[in-house]
Design a protein around this ligand. Structure first.
Ligand code: UDP
Length: 436
């Protein structure tokens, strides 16, 4: 009997921001290594253009990602998902024609939930890729199911802020990813839209069971679909699809410094800092007397540049993985985006946590209280406090202990992606699903 031609093409639908595009392209590369073909569907702006072996399809941007700032996350995502659905269906229809119906699955970012309608229409399997932590996903699921009226009242109560949220231990109300999202009721509506769908066949998460076993068990039980924790993806593949140009000169600068002496500072691709905060940071860093490498995309006032020039080095965008792997780096002051968190742990670098929005506060809670590999800088940034934090991290025993624990996780993470490890097995399971 003639063997049915296997469907080997996977369509990827990333959300167009660096922290989402990177793990998506890494997943694509991991699947190419397993013999699949990859087509990436993306908008015209803010996109990756070349990755060997990938096919890129462009759909006209219904809502440029630049509007994320003006509209706020909730309005932006709601609008984007409404306006793009039809053109995505057209795009899938064309792809099926071009490739002889050879599409095995649509893997979409949980924020790009419009993809589900096309999967349904063309009877294609779909899998969600959640590029944040498993705990963030649990948090989204819990928020999408709770009594919205009671939650809105609770959130108004200052005394509730330090209470642990049911089902989300050890997260408290103030750790929830609600700030900066827009009106709370609209945010909860969006959570229901994203997390209550139940139509996808599985969910991929860029995490490993040694980091988040209880959140992963919760998801397995609660969702009733396979969960594939196959991360950290950046250990297994080399793709690093930077949307911005990396300034490699910082590696030469790092080469001139002693082991574990430099503090690396980066707040990811979206964070914006107030001028006063930047000034306090600059003074505190200078007073700490430790060398520091600081990623700042905006131009700094002359006064700050002057303070920084004594001990620091500024770049607009760094080759972050190389920086974290550099022996001179002793600590990472981070906004605690999920990719940065994973990248830091994989290099065994302890952290100063300064979360801004999204799920960063939740990651910071895990870094400080669950994994105990970092300290959190709370309240207003003030130079004396900055100096003390840097000292604790780089010079004190406390920092050395955090580093040791982080190195312990690094070993476990590396083992999880090796043959027989939990992430390795999860990728295998996913491949089996995609092949059927
Ligand atoms: N990044 C980088 N160079 C920089 C700053 C960040 O390559 O100077 C990368 C970093 O390695 C990570 C991503 O940008 O992979 C940021 O993702 P994350 O989830 O940490 O934060 P987001 O930008 O989504 O807030």
């Amino acid at each position: 009997m003639e063997k049915r031609a296997e469907k080997r093409r996977i369509v990827l639908v990333p959300f167009p921001a660096q922290g989402h595009v990177t793990p998506f392209m890494q997943l694509g590369q991991a699947l190419i290594q397993k013999g699949f073909s990859i087509t990436v569907v993306q908008g015209e702006l803010n996109r990756v253009t070349h990755i060997p072996g990938f096919l890129f399809v462009t759909i006209q941007e219904s809502l440029p990602v630049s509007q994320l700032k003006t509209l706020g996350p909730v309005e932006f995502l709601t609008k984007l998902n409404k306006t793009i659905e039809a053109s995505f269906k057209d795009c899938i229809s064309q792809l099926l024609q071009q490739h002889d119906n050879d599409v095995a699955c649509i893997i979409y970012d949980e924020l790009m939930y419009f993809s589900e309608a096309a999967a349904k229409e063309f009877k294609l399997p779909s899998v969600i890729f959640s590029t944040v932590s498993a705990t963030s996903r649990v948090c989204g699921c819990v928020l999408s199911k709770l009594n919205a009226e009671k939650f809105l009242i609770d959130m108004e109560d200052p005394e509730v802020q330090d209470k642990v949220v049911d089902d989300l231990h050890p997260l408290t109300y103030k750790d929830l990813p609600t700030s900066g999202m827009g009106p709370l009721d609209r945010y909860l509506e969006l959570c229901r839209e994203i997390f209550n769908r139940g139509t996808a066949s599985g969910i991929i998460i860029n995490t490993a069971s040694c980091l988040e076993s209880s959140s992963l068990s919760w998801l397995q039980q609660e969702l009733g679909i396979p969960v594939y924790p196959l991360g950290p993806l950046h250990i297994t593949v080399s793709t690093n699809p930077s949307l911005l140009e990396e300034d490699m000169s910082c590696i030469e600068w790092l080469n001139k410094h002693n082991p574990r002496s430099v503090i690396y500072i980066s707040f990811g691709s979206k964070a914006h800092m107030e001028a006063k905060e930047v000034m306090e940071m600059a003074w505190g860093l200078r007073d700490s007397n430790q060398p520091f490498l600081w990623v700042v995309s905006e131009s700094l006032p002359e006064e700050v540049s002057k303070i920084v020039s004594e001990k620091g080095y500024i770049v607009k965008w760094a080759p972050q993985n190389q920086v974290l792997a550099h022996p001179a780096v002793g600590g990472f002051w981070s906004h605690c985006g999920w990719n940065s968190t994973l990248e830091s742990i994989v290099e065994g670098v302890p952290m100063i946590c300064r979360p801004f929005g999204d799920e960063q506060k939740l990651n910071a809670k895990y870094i400080e209280s669950v994994w105990r590999i970092g300290i959190r800088l709370e309240g207003e940034v003030e130079r004396g406090q900055v100096k003390r934090m840097v000292k604790r991290l780089i010079m004190d025993d406390e920092g050395a202990e955090m580093r040791d624990r982080s190195i312990g996780f690094k070993e476990k993470l590396k083992a999880s992606v090796r043959v027989g490890g939990s992430s390795y097995n999860a990728l295998d399971e996913l491949v089996k699903f995609l092949e059927t």
